[in-house]
Design a protein around this ligand. Sequence first.
Ligand SMILES: Nc1ncnc2c1ncn2[C@@H]1O[C@H](COP(=O)(O)OP(=O)(O)OP(=O)(O)O)[C@@H](O)[C@H]1O
Ligand code: SF4
Ligand SMILES: [Mg+2]
Length: 355
Amino acid sequence: MTTASSTESTTEARESASPVLSARDLRVWYGSTRGPVAAVDGVTFDVRPGETLGLVGESGCGKSTLGRGVLGLLPAGAAVDGEVRFAGKNLVGMPAKELQQLRGPELGLIFQEPMTRLNPLMKVSEHFEETLKTHHPELPKDQIRSRALEALRGMGIPASRYESYPHEFSGGMRQRIMIALALVLRPAFVVADEPTTALDVLVEAQIIQILADLRRNFDTALVLITHNLGIVAEACDRVAVMYAGHIVEQGDAREVFANPQHPYTQELLRSTISLGTTGLHFIPGSPPDLAHPPVGCRFHPRCPKAMRVCAEEAPPEVLLPSGSRNTCWLPVPDMTTAEGRLPLEVEEISVADEA
Ligand SMILES: Nc1ncnc2c1ncn2[C@@H]1O[C@H](COP(=O)(O)OP(=O)(O)OP(=O)(O)O)[C@@H](O)[C@H]1O
Ligand code: SF4
Ligand SMILES: [Mg+2]
């Protein structure tokens, strides 16, 4: 925990502010030949102004679906239920046209792959003109140019490249242009889905710094999806750990990293390579098929601390004294039966797919 008083007061002010976006019991299903895939299955969280929430978890746990689900950007055929409250309105079920008007000026999405957003036939200048004209038709051309150049400068792209085409840039520069484009309208809430995965560590550090400046300067609330737990520890205020469509632990990032409570978070952190790593640890098995998730706690087939109750009943979410939320039977003092507390016999733990 930091001791700098100015940082603490900023953090306190942030924590007492009303959330910019609140998701309540959000659910998203995809149709599949195996039946409905419950990729996000009853997720609840808040993001406050200027706050960065890191969203972590193994591949296929539903992070991107959650990020897209809150922004109403799901592919055709996906079904969504629950509530996503933003600016006094529920985004779930909002007519597409109304949602479209919020995207850009209010809600932003940064993708991993910049070419999904950049048109190879359009110059950088044309991309900015199109975005700014759509939402600010009153802006004269010189102001469009100055706002675009300011956004690009913030990303370290010089004004001399304004009339270039996307293919004339490196991957890292393209990614920064795409981020500038997503942020030029200064949205209040942004989802960044693995924005740095394809980039080298120096560009990655630069982009993370830019995102931190953004929240400092404009109070932007950010959900940062990443596999890099180091980035979360460094750049996020809070962290939400996803497993098989659920958020299993969420809380202050420093607290969760220093003192992880959920066995999945503990295993995930143990699997991280650092300078002091002497042997590689991996979590046996793999996340379940979300068309047929396990009964009880979804992590129980892989959990080293699983008890009998874990294989029978889904655990409740427990609010811990630290303020973290932990969805696990372990911190529940009064479980249904003493029998329930018995460790699961090893042979009862079925690991579907040993990696
Ligand atoms: N368009 C789709 N149609 C059907 N199933 C999908 C679709 N997109 C994702 N899924 C399924 O939903 C689940 C969650 O996927 P999602 O992409 O949200 O996970 P993720 O945590 O972002 O993974 P990664 O870390 O690999 O990006 C997976 O089981 C995936 O197979
Ligand atoms: S509920 Fe049981 S199986 Fe699930 S994480 Fe907690 S101890 Fe492990
Ligand atoms: Mg993803």
